[in-house]
Write a new protein. Structure first.
Length: 239
């Protein structure tokens, strides 16, 4: 299993308060018992070599019960300024024990936090995965919409691309997500497109810039074809 070289992607955002912001975006790590600690250590090393203002992980960090991968998760805790939300796999395998083990990260399901950037306040907002109800976990869209409407310079994090509508409804300038794996194995790209509005990469809807990360790990078959994994440094600028 090989890690990709980090890539830089420039995104145009309508909100000038976000101009110059650099966000390191990971998604869908799908860490499991067979994933070597050396793989996580190398990932941490790569991330630490990059210059960013903060880092986000848009769900599906794990693909097994957290107690089986404590060493890998402990290694992840060496990363700084990391914010994350749940994915469907995190909910299935145990979001509470995962949160306890990721003690150096900030969990943002149905909540928000503030970041100071260029003497302005940025609101980082997260919402729980759309599968939350199947795991008896609350997903609070009303609270999320209220936060996006009433707090300064919001950025929305979600697992699935479908949640872009929350950003568009509230004129939120930036929406980040994952989940799709970019299709993982062609031609499953077409299946993913049936269920999700966006497959991978950059999109623009009304006043919202969208980035769908293809993720690092795999699900089901440990293989990718025409859907490479990614470590992405997003650089925001105004049109």
């Amino acid at each position: 299993m090989q890690l990709p070289n980090p890539q830089s992607v420039e995104l145009k955002v309508i909100n000038p308060a976000l101009t110059g912001l650099k966000i390191l975006h990971l998604s869908d790590l799908h860490i499991h018992q067979k994933m070597p600690l050396s793989f996580i250590a190398k990932l941490v090393e790569i991330c630490q070599s990059l210059e960013y203002d903060f880092m986000v992980i848009t769900g599906d960090i794990i693909d097994c019960k957290p107690q089986y991968i404590t060493q890998q998760l402990a290694k992840l805790n060496e990363l700084e300024k990391v914010f994350y939300i749940s994915g469907n796999h995190d909910l299935f395998y145990g979001i509470k024990p995962l949160n306890a083990l990721l003690y150096n990260f900030t969990f943002l399901d149905n909540s928000h936090t503030f970041i100071e950037f260029n003497h302005q306040k940025i609101t980082l907002v997260g919402i729980g995965d759309r599968f939350s109800r199947f795991f008896n976990v609350k997903r609070d869209e009303k609270k999320t919409l209220n936060t996006l409407l009433n707090f300064p310079n919001p950025i929305l994090l979600a697992h699935q691309p479908k949640d872009y509508t929350l950003a568009v409804k509230t004129n939120t300038a930036l929406f980040l997500c994952g989940h799709t794996h970019g299709g993982q194995i062609f031609p499953f790209h077409y299946v993913v497109k049936w269920f999700q509005p966006f497959l991978a990469g950059s999109f623009y809807q009304q006043n919202t810039a969208i980035y769908v990360n293809k993720g690092l790990g795999t699900w089901g078959i440990p293989f990718r074809y025409k859907a490479s994994s990614e470590i992405t440094l997003l650089k925001l600028s105004t049109p």
